[in-house]
Design a protein around this ligand. Sequence first.
Ligand SMILES: O=P(O)(O)OC[C@H]1O[C@H](O[C@H]2O[C@H](CO)[C@@H](O)[C@H](O)[C@H]2O)[C@H](O)[C@@H](O)[C@@H]1O
Length: 242
Amino acid sequence: MQDLPNPPERAALFLDFDGTLVEIAERPDAIIVPPDLPELLERLSGRLDGALAVISGRPLAELDHFLPVAIAKVGSHGAVLRPQPQGPLEEPALPSPPAAWRVRLATLVESFPGAFIEDKAHGFVLHYRQSPEAGPVARTLLESLVAEAPDAFALLPARMAWEVTPRGVSKGTAVTSLMARRPFAGRLPVFVGDDVTDEAGMAVARAAGGMGLRLQDVFGTPPVFRDWLAEMDRHYARGAAA
Ligand SMILES: O=P(O)(O)OC[C@H]1O[C@H](O[C@H]2O[C@H](CO)[C@@H](O)[C@H](O)[C@H]2O)[C@H](O)[C@@H](O)[C@@H]1O
C-alpha cells in the first residue's frame, strides 16, 4: 500500500459507495452503513462548500435510503445526477435495453440458484456472488446480447456481477459534468473507488490535475478510508478555527 495522501486543500471529493464507503456484502440490500457515516459526509460536504458527491452504480433512490443526508449524489453510473442536495434531478435521455434481453437472462438465472437480476431504469445487473458458476455463462449470453446494439449499450464487469448499461454516460461523464459548475469548479478533483466502473471517474480526476485513488492500493479497506475522511474533516475544522 502507498502512504496515505495528505488531505488536499480546496478539494472536490467524488466518492464511490459500494466497496469504498461501505464494505461489500452478500447481497445489495445486506450492506451495513456505519451509523456515523452519513453525518460525516454531510459535515465534510459543508466544509467543502458542497463540493462532495457520492457517485455510485446504485439507483439514486437507494443512495437516498442508505445516505439520508443533504449531499450531492449521482446514481446509475452517471445516468441520474442531483448536483445540488435539494436541487432537481438531471437525467440525460438514454435508451433502455430491449425487454427480450432481460427475458433471456431471467431464463438463464433459473438454472443458477442464488444468482439474481437487479433492475435499473436503463439497464440491469446480473449478480452471481452466491452462484459463481453463473458468472461465465451469463457473461457469454450478455456479450452476445450487447453485440446486437454495441453503439447503444455496454457490458460492465462489476464485483461478482455483470451490468448492462447505456453508452454515453459513466462515472467519468458525471465528474466532468459536476466539475463544470459550482461548487465543484476550480477545485482539485479527488475520485476514490474500488471497481472497474470507477476507473472512468479516476481518469477524469487525474486528467484535471487531481487524484484518482484506487481504494485497494491507497487505503486497503473501507474502514481505513473512512478514517481518512474523518481526519480530513478534523483537518478542515482546525483550519476553520485557526
Ligand atoms: O458504484 P458502486 O457504488 O460501487 O456500486 C456498484 C454496484 O454495487 C452493488 O453491487 C455490489 O455490491 C453489493 C453489496 O455489497 C454486492 O452484493 C454485489 O456483489 C456487488 O456487485 C449494487 O447492487 C449495484 O447496483 C451497483 O452497480
